[in-house]
Design a protein around this ligand. Structure first.
Ligand code: C2E
Ligand code: MG
Ligand code: MG
Ligand code: MG
Length: 293
């Protein structure tokens, strides 16, 4: 009889909720072992300079090669890693591995590449951050300007003064700094003005279908004008179609990262992907009508 008092909706959803909780718990347990078992890897997504028609930098994006589940995407485990405190160790691995990979590409000859890594808020708030970055750079004998850090607005905004000081110390090391997912956090004009960073990454939310959406056009045009006015580099995230690239380029955005040019690829495929992008851009240029005199 007691059973009949349980609302139908709860009894119907409870197994799914329980399943979800169990799954999160299992992932967290597995995550604890993943570092020691070498299950993480980095993929790299090219960042294309529109004016040059080529890419000389890439964003490092973590992947987890789970022994049973196969490749797990960061959206499925980064939040768990952040909640459980595992992110600091994982983040340190990312730093070292990204620098090691840049070192391998340096040794390989060819153009010097630059790699951007994502930092979680807790890594950014760690007083050892500067030293950890300095050590990773030193250990691999790479140039500091071959490394960029990406931080979201919300992570950067926790403490204004701390952020300004920390950005200053990281810039002194020679790193560059990008604000990630720009437009989705708590951007205030005063931080844009006061913080020493180099690049704004316009979130995919505004880039998607920007060629056909007047509201996205207004927002992107304003962000680009603002960024250019402040002397920042502007990057559009998640451009999937040429029309999006063309629209934003015509508004003054010069850097693009998205499936139109390339998905994130394993380290071993990056160099070839970069030459494919150069060919694609050269072909497009050749096809373009000559500018009217
Ligand atoms: P993010 O830093 O904003 O990275 C961009 C995300 O957009 C990547 O997803 C990338 O694969 C995806 N993307 C790029 N171009 C396109 C496109 O044209 N279309 C679509 N639909 N997606 C595109 P990914 O690799 O799944 O990473 C998701 C997020 O996970 C990242 O967003 C970042 O916040 C976080 N993340 C990834 N690697 C790390 C890491 O090493 N450390 C930390 N703390 N976070 C990481
Ligand atoms: Mg990023
Ligand atoms: Mg982003
Ligand atoms: Mg994003």
């Amino acid at each position: 009889a007691a059973n009949t008092t349980i609302p139908k909706t709860v009894s119907r959803h409870a197994p799914r909720v329980r399943q979800e909780i169990r799954e999160q718990f299992e992932l967290e347990q597995d995550l604890r072992k993943a570092l020691d078992s070498n299950e993480f890897l980095l993929h790299f997504q090219p960042v294309v300079c529109h004016a040059e028609g080529r890419a000389r930098s890439a964003e490092a994006l973590i992947r987890w090669d789970h022994p049973q589940r196969g490749l797990v995407q960061p959206s499925q485990f980064i939040p768990i890693a952040e909640r459980s405190g595992l992110i600091d160790k994982i983040g340190l691995w990312v730093m070292r591995e990204a620098c090691a990979q840049v070192g391998r590409w340096n040794a390989h000859g060819g153009d010097r590449l630059k790699v951007a890594i994502n930092l979680s808020a807790s890594q950014f708030l760690d007083p050892r951050l500067r030293d950890m970055l300095a050590e990773a750079i030193e250990a691999e004998k790479i140039a500091p300007d071959q490394l960029e850090i990406e931080l979201t607005e919300s992570a950067a905004m926790v403490d204004h003064d701390y952020t300004r000081r920390t950005f200053g110390r990281l810039k002194d090391l020679g790193l560059s700094i990008a604000i990630d997912d720009f437009g989705t956090g708590y951007a205030s004009m005063s931080y844009l003005r006061k913080l020493p960073f180099d690049k704004l990454k316009i979130d995919r939310e505004f880039v998607s279908n920007v060629d056909t959406q007047p509201d996205a056009q207004a927002i992107c045009s304003a962000m680009i004008a603002l960024g250019n006015g402040l002397g920042l580099h502007l990057l559009a995230e998640g451009a999937e179609r040429i029309e999006e690239v063309d629209y934003l380029a015509s508004r003054g955005c010069n850097l693009f990262q998205g499936y139109y040019y390339s998905r994130p690829v394993p380290a071993g495929e990056l160099i070839e992907t970069l030459s494919d992008i150069e060919l694609l851009s050269a072909r497009r240029k050749a096809e373009m009508p000559a500018p009217a005199k």
